[in-house]
Design a protein around this ligand. Sequence first.
Ligand code: SAM
Length: 234
Amino acid sequence: PPLYKQRYQIVLELVEKFKAKKVVDLGCAECTLLSRLKFCNCIEVLAGVDTDLDLLREKMYRLSPLPCEYLQPRGSPLTVRLYQGSVAVKDPYMLDFDFVSCIELIEHLDPPVLEKFPEVVFGYMNPAIVVVSTPNADFNPLLPGLMGFRHWDHRFEWSREEFQAWSLDAANKYGYTVEFTGVGRGPPGTERLGYCTQIATFLRNFPKSMLPAETKNAERSYKLVYEVVYPSLK
Ligand code: SAM
């Protein structure tokens, strides 16, 4: 399967493994990952966040229930919401999620936004699980004809060492344990360059009950763009 599907597969497997109930995809773009996640029966609240309002408005109907979903309702409830907002900003809508995915997002962030990311995602949102993927620059020599970055909008592409240092720093600061993996193998003999996409999975070290509650009445800055409640038997 193409690389993007392999990335989504990793997220889907982790959601199923941890039976995540409240899942948010940061930088959800075309809502492609969300359109797959909605078939995970464990999820009760599924949200997407992106700064690009036009893109969300164009793609949001991908998340509306299909006729067959009315005819055969889910066993468990599901609400899907899309927000326009930035990962640099704390918004009370983002509290209470237990699973956060950030697929190919961080390399699009300007330095001041990237700097805020750990504080917002780990410190404030504080979910049990965070999955972050980003290109592995060590792999770039294997990409034919590549000059510079893989995409014009990338602000950086990190080596495994750089990504792991950033991840470990955030994990240590906010009480998470992090593991590294990836998707997209090179041809035999290139294993030392790692995967095409590098992935960090962060697991919170403490149960939520041990943490101070965030104040919910803080000011909202995210804009709710789309909301749909799925038909369900419960
Ligand atoms: N996650 C998507 C996927 O795997 O299909 C791809 C993400 S796309 C490469 C990057 C997205 O991040 C864009 O849709 C962009 O609008 C969004 N973005 C950029 N800066 C952001 C920010 N500060 N907060 C939230 N989203 C942001």
